[in-house]
Design a protein around this ligand. Structure first.
Ligand SMILES: *Cc1c(COP(=O)(O)O)cnc(C)c1O
Length: 390
């Protein structure tokens, strides 16, 4: 494959050399704990590629190699969930007495992990404004060791200047991690912008079908050995069946994302034109505060965004918001995203310490699936009518 091959070409060919396994275009699913060695010397020196099931198989390698190619990383580990793809690198790089800076609009379960286990282990956790950019330098302490970003932020979609944050963090010897689940490596490559670690809930777009829980962590050359050691030390590994399915999902991720992107933007623009919507939080809309950063750094937008409903009963349990959501038939009420089907969620921002819930109305997050836009609009239209009737 030539170095300048297009993204869909790369997705069709990354990760497995058919002639490494009899010409089959897909890798074998290798179920394994034990791997045999031909003799004692090979065993004692571990002088062969595979040594034990937790340390990789041809199936997990095929996926990790595909992700390395897409992320431009030196090495990738696969882990049993997207949340583990956050907790494992944090445990790899943080020690008691260290200070970590986390963007306030972070994926909520990451905050729970930080506030409970990491604090219990003696790590100082501080949340920062996601739009702080290079100003993060003022929060650096002698013991700051890790900066965690997620762009756009969960639910409220704040864009982050990853290059400016990384440069400031690196001046203080910090590792920069980024949760890149929303953009996927097709629309943003964190390592190209200075981040050291790119994290994915491959549960989302790489899976694409709402039936797999898996995560990946990709590191640059500097941090790969420490990340890899942590996964081995902790006994964290991805299953062969899930790895196979995620690699299968990657083949169509480019065409799926194009559809998610186009439909989501069409619906976002339509929502923005409505009188019963206060604001639409979508980085590709020129009205969105982080739009310039998105336009400068990202190659596209996926299918998840939020909007603020204009209501006279703002707050978490707005009756109008509930009426809207309860009326939806194509949009299911469910967590996660990245699958083929549309979803809606009433957003709970009560854990925020800096980027608090907007005061102008309840926030509703949408995942725009692969359905036809006209049908999705009709569904939302019925929801808005139900809200108006309250
Ligand atoms: C869903 C999600 C995760 C966690 O993924 P799971 O596989 O559900 O544990 C992590 N980060 C972001 C941004 C997510 O949306």
């Amino acid at each position: 494959m030539s170095a300048d091959a297009g993204v869909n070409t790369r997705l069709a060919h990354v990760g497995h050399d058919p002639f490494s396994y009899h010409g089959f275009v897909n890798p074998p699913v290798v179920h394994a704990s034990t791997v045999l060695f031909p003799d004692c010397r090979t065993m004692e020196t571990r002088a062969q590629k595979y040594t034990y099931g937790t340390r990789g198989t041809p199936t997990t390698d095929a996926l990790c190699e595909a992700l390395d190619e897409l992320e431009g990383s030196a090495g990738t580990i696969v882990v049993p969930s997207g949340l583990a793809a956050i907790s494992v690198p944090f445990l790899a790089f943080l020690s008691a007495g260290d200070h970590a800076l986390i963007v306030d609009s972070v994926y909520a379960p990451c905050r729970l992990f930080c506030n409970t286990m990491l604090r219990r282990l003696g790590v100082e956790i501080e949340y920062c404004d996601p739009e702080i950019g290079g100003g993060i330098e003022s929060l650096m302490r002698p013991n700051t060791r890790l900066v965690h970003t997620e762009a756009p932020g969960s639910n409220t979609m704040e864009m982050q200047d990853i290059r400016a944050i990384s440069e400031a963090a690196h001046r203080h010897g910090c590792v920069v991690t980024m949760d890149n689940t929303w953009a996927t490596p097709l629309y943003f490559r964190p390592l190209d912008f200075g981040a050291d670690i790119s994290i994915h809930a491959t549960t989302k777009y790489p899976s694409g079908h709402s039936d797999i829980i898996m995560g990946s962590v990709s590191a640059n050359a500097k941090y790969w050995p420490q990340l890899h050691d942590a996964a081995i030390t902790m006994g964290i590994c991805g299953s062969p069946d899930d790895s196979y399915q995620i690699l299968r999902g990657l083949r169509t991720m480019g065409v799926r994302l194009e559809h998610h992107q186009k439909s989501a933007l069409e619906i976002a623009r339509w929502l923005e034109s409505r009188d019963d919507v206060a604001r639409v939080l979508h980085p590709a809309l020129p009205s969105f505060p982080g739009h310039e950063i998105w336009k400068r750094d990202f190659k596209g937008a996926s299918g998840v965004f939020s909007f603020v409903l204009k209501v006279d009963d703002a707050g978490r349990f707005s009756k109008k918001a509930h009426a809207l959501l309860d009326t939806l038939a194509l949009f299911g009420l469910g967590y996660s995203w990245g699958g083929y089907e549309s979803l809606a969620v009433p957003v709970n921002l009560s854990d925020r310490t800096i980027r608090k819930a907007p005061l102008d109305g309840p926030v509703i997050r949408l995942q725009i699936g692969l359905e036809d836009v006209a049908d999705l609009k009709k569904d939302l239209e019925a929801g808005f009518a139900a809200a108006a009737a309250i």
